[in-house]
Design a protein. Sequence first.
Length: 317
Amino acid sequence: MRSIDRRSPSATLLSLVVVSAIAVIATSCSATPKAEGSVASHLIMGGPSECPTRITCLLGLEKIYGLHFLRFKVLDEVGPLSEKAIGDGEVQVVRLDSSDPTIPQHGWVILQDDKSFQQAGNIIPVIRLSKATPEVTTLIDRVSSTMTQGDLYMLDAETGLENESPAQAARAYVQAKRLGGTGKPATPESVTVGSASFAENEVLADIYIDVLTDAGYAVTAKLNLGSREVYEPELAAGTIDLLPEYVGNFLTFLNPAITNLSLSSSVAMLRDLLEPSGLTVLDPSSVTDSDTIVVTQATATKYHLTKISDLGAPFPG
C-alpha cells in the first residue's frame, strides 16, 4: 500500500519558510567577503632590515604615501634574497636598486616615485680629510667622471648575472678605461677602503683599490662590511678612509629630516655634516643608482600599478 503524507497548509508553509531561511544562511556563508582597504594592505613588502626606519624605504612609504602593507619581510640589503623573494612570490613589493640587472631581465616594473620621496642617487666617494691629498682626489675624481650609466649596468650585470667576482670586474674595468696610475705617490699615504655588503658597492670600492694600488699607495681593503648602520661608525672612528656612497641615501641616513634637496645642495650639506668627523665627500659622479619600489609585471597588471601612489588605491573587491 502506498503511503500518502498529507500535510496541513500551515505545516507546508512552515517548511517552506525553514527551507528558505536555511538557503539564505548557506548562501551568505559561502559568499566571498568583500575585500576592504588599499591594494598595499593586501600585499607583502620585502626589503633590508633597516627599511622600516629609513625615510627612503618603508618609513617613507608610510609617512609620505600613507601606505600600510599586510606585513614586511626582512630580506637582504640588495641582492639574491630580494630578487628571489619577488620572483617566487614570497613578497609582491620589494625595494631594489635602479641599476639591478634582474629588473629588465625579468620584466619587472619600477613604480614611479610620484611624490619624490627618494633623494638623488648619484655615486659619491666619502673620504677622510687627511687622506684627500691632491693626488688621491685627482685619482678618485677621475673614476667618478669616467664612469657612465652604461658602465654601471655592465658592472652590475657581470657581478649579478655572469658570476664574476667584484674584484675581477673591477680589475677589467680599470684596465679597459686605463684608470690605473703609475709610479710612486707624491705622499706615501696608506688608505683603507671599505664597502657595503652588496656587489655593486664592492666593485666600486675595488675600482678605488686598484686605481690607488696602481698609483703606488699601500691600500687595505675592508669590504662587505654590512649596512650603513655597521660601516658609518667605522668611518667616524677612523678605521675606514674611503668608501663609495650614494648622495641621497647617505644624507637621509645622517639627517632623516632632509627631503627633496637638489644634488648640489645635498653635496654641500653632506660636507657640512661630515666635517666634524674629519670626513668629506669628493665630487659626485653623474652615474646614479637609486632605491626603487619594484613589482612584477603580473602584479602591476592585476592592480593597475604604474606609480607608487597606485598602491594606495582601494583594493578591487
